[in-house]
Design a protein around this ligand. Structure first.
Ligand SMILES: Cc1cc2nc3c(=O)[nH]c(=O)nc-3n(C[C@H](O)[C@H](O)[C@H](O)COP(=O)(O)OP(=O)(O)OC[C@H]3O[C@@H](n4cnc5c(N)ncnc54)[C@H](O)[C@@H]3O)c2cc1C
Length: 362
């Protein structure tokens, strides 16, 4: 996405976030390799050039049905084409829930990116994950956003996962609570390419699986989590590119802009803008994801009264549609979608790859 920048002296914050990827717990079949094709296009980030295409699917014949695009006419597995699927999404234990082999295929084709969920609070409970120092850290820092941002599945509104693995509960005297998954997703895919996002979208649709997207975990309404779900974890798509002279497709904007990956956080955008002598429109909280729920919900900023909402700054968006196709939406192409994703609400209407291009202010 492209955003304008001002010359206001808003200070960027330096910080490093460790990815909290936990044990994969999924084996990789020896016969399979990551599935992608490199599509050369100078307008794209490198990670966007790595795509899932029809050609790639044909080369992985054994798994083609699991990962077929939603618009493939012979996609019999797709819930869209299969009336026998129940109305509700599959949960672990249901006959329609993906088998371990199917999860292993997703892991293999996505180059080992699948993470089996271990709730962040598990370090406070008896079991493999127990870690007293880490537990104490959670107890001391539970209400700090940074504690949760780098974890694949932690959410900042734990009521939506049923508070089934709270560190505070584990240490209550006489408490024999156990740590369970509750409303956490079963798996997260740590995506670093567009192909992995496409694989996840196709797999979830074809397996009648709940699909959620987690960026930073800030969602107040818990739309970033879901029982039994596959979660697309966008945290590591944090590329930022400065475009000194951007011409928007429809001629609405001409000037400097930023192209941002789906995982870029507010402070990272502010840092980049400050280095260039500009300020971009972003949120007050430094770890909110700029191109995730922030822009989808409109996006309020300390400078909104001057420059408008965050969503007003968007010039172009790269999206993975529910069919699994990778498209660009801007003023001249896929215009309805371009309109909808700028304020239509988080998690609608599709899984955005959200490698957006945003305006900067001079
Ligand atoms: C402490 C705090 C301070 C805040 N400050 C501000 C502020 O100053 N201004 C403001 O406007 N808002 C603010 N917010 C609200 C914030 O913008 C929303 O909570 C927003 O939804 C967070 O988005 P995220 O991507 O960072 O978080 P997540 O919880 O990871 O995602 C939020 C929602 O967006 C969806 N989503 C994320 N990425 C994508 C994607 N690539 N494609 C499709 N869907 C996606 C998720 O599924 C989820 O439903 C604040 C929230 C908190 C908790």
């Amino acid at each position: 996405m492209l955003v304008r920048a001002t010359n206001w002296p808003l200070l960027g914050v330096s910080a490093a976030y460790a990815a909290g990827a936990q044990g994969l717990g999924v084996h990789r079949p020896a016969v399979q390799a990551a599935a992608y094709e490199v599509i050369e296009n100078s307008a794209l980030f490198d990670f966007e050039k790595i795509q899932l295409t029809d050609k790639v699917l044909l080369a992985h014949l054994s798994d083609v049905a699991l990962f077929a695009f939603g618009d493939a006419p012979d996609n019999a597995l797709s819930a869209h084409n299969n009336a026998s699927f129940p109305k509700c999404k599959s949960l672990p234990g249901d006959p329609t829930y993906p088998s371990q082999d199917n999860w292993a295929s997703l892991n293999a084709l996505s180059d080992g990116a699948l993470i089996k969920t271990v709730p962040i609070g598990a370090v406070c409970y008896d079991g493999e994950a127990y870690d007293s120092r880490r537990c104490q850290f959670l107890l001391d820092n539970w209400n700090v956003s940074d504690t949760h941002v780098g974890d694949p599945s932690s959410v900042m509104s734990p009521i939506f996962v049923g508070q089934t693995c709270m560190p505070q509960d584990a240490v209550l005297p006489g408490n024999n609570n156990s740590c369970t998954l509750g409303g956490f997703p079963s798996y997260s895919l740590n995506v670093t390419t567009v192909a992995q996002i496409q694989l996840a979208v196709n797999f979830a649709r074809n397996q009648h699986l709940r699909l959620v997207i987690r960026n930073t975990g800030h969602d107040f309404l818990g739309k970033n989590t879901g029982e039994g779900a596959l979660s697309i974890w966008t945290h590591h798509l944090n590329d930022i590119k400065v475009i000194r002279q951007y011409e928007s497709a429809g001629g609405r904007y001409s000037g400097p802009a930023f192209k941002l990956g789906a995982g870029v956080m507010v402070y990272e955008l502010y840092d980049a803008a400050e280095r260039e002598g500009y300020t971009a429109v972003g949120g007050e909280c430094r770890t909110v994801g700029v191109t995730g729920g922030y822009l989808a919900g409109g996006g309020h900023s300390p400078v909104t009264s001057i420059y408008g909402l965050g969503s007003d700054q968007v010039l172009s968006v790269e999206i993975v549609t529910p069919d699994g196709r990778f498209i660009t939406a801007d003023e001249t192409q896929n215009t309805e979608l371009f309109w909808a994703v700028r304020g239509g609400g988080a998690a609608t209407p599709s899984c955005r790859e959200w490698n957006g291009t945003r305006r900067r202010w001079p």
